[in-house]
Design a protein around this ligand. Structure first.
Ligand code: IYR
Length: 224
């Protein structure tokens, strides 16, 4: 059994202000995030994308197995293929797979099968979940790990002033095929990254957030 080795934790991030001030400032940045479907073609550097993925890869993961791959696409030919694949699945989704209830829930967002933004956004980050390690070993809590890493990627993009969309065309198999990924990598999410277009609009519905009390409970009374 490999013996654990401990090293001092000497580079803790110091915000230089109180936790209240730092938490508030970051919370206010994140609260301005919106899912964007109208992107500008303004370029975003490869270096920026690398830093976003670095932020994602700093996430905790089950037994530190890091069961993720972030495939970053800027090539117009690949983006066109991805748009074609996504629109084919989404056409089926809106025509029949979704069903009435789901379509009613989506109505306030104004989405449809047209995914022009997949060709306009300068980058598409395709997140893959590894269901085993590259060496064939086990991974743990992969769903949670990839979810946390992706959340951190979204936060990092927001912090950088960039817009994102968590797009989940379903099924997503076509992404693995177009990008030539091996079978142990399962496409998990498709995230366009870029700047919003000058005339970008977001649905009013998306601005509504439930009151904090819906989501936050302090010290619940133990059941008597
Ligand atoms: N994947 C489809 C439908 C869709 C589903 C949910 I749940 C959303 O929150 C938004 C859209 C699409 O991208 O249009």
């Amino acid at each position: 059994m490999e013996q654990p080795v401990f090293v001092p934790y000497h580079n803790r991030h110091d915000p230089g202000c109180s936790p209240e001030q730092a938490a508030r400032a970051f919370g206010e940045v994140l609260a301005k995030r919106r899912s964007v479907r109208q992107f500008s073609d303004r370029p975003v550097s490869r270096e920026t994308i690398q830093w976003l993925v670095r932020a994602a890869c700093s996430a905790p993961s089950g037994a530190n197995k890091q069961p993720w791959r972030f495939v970053c696409v800027s090539d117009p030919v690949l983006k066109a293929q991805i748009r074609l694949g996504a629109e084919a699945e989404e056409t089926e989704f809106y025509r029949s797979r979704a069903g009435g209830g789901w379509l009613r829930d989506l109505a306030p967002l104004g989405t449809d099968e047209n995914k022009e933004y997949l060709e306009i956004a300068p980058w598409l980050i395709v997140v893959f979940k590894l269901n085993q390690s590259d060496e064939g070993g086990k991974v743990y809590y992969a769903e949670e790990s990839v979810g946390i890493a992706t959340g951190m990627l979204l936060a990092a993009a927001q912090h950088a002033g960039l817009a994102t969309l968590t797009h989940t065309p379903s099924p997503m198999r076509f992404l693995g095929e177009i990008l030539g990924r091996p079978a142990h990598e399962r496409p998990w999410m498709l995230i366009p990254v870029g700047f919003p277009s000058a005339d970008c609009k977001v649905p009013e519905h998306a601005l509504q957030r439930r009151p904090l009390a819906h989501s936050l409970i302090f010290d619940p009374e133990p059941p008597s």
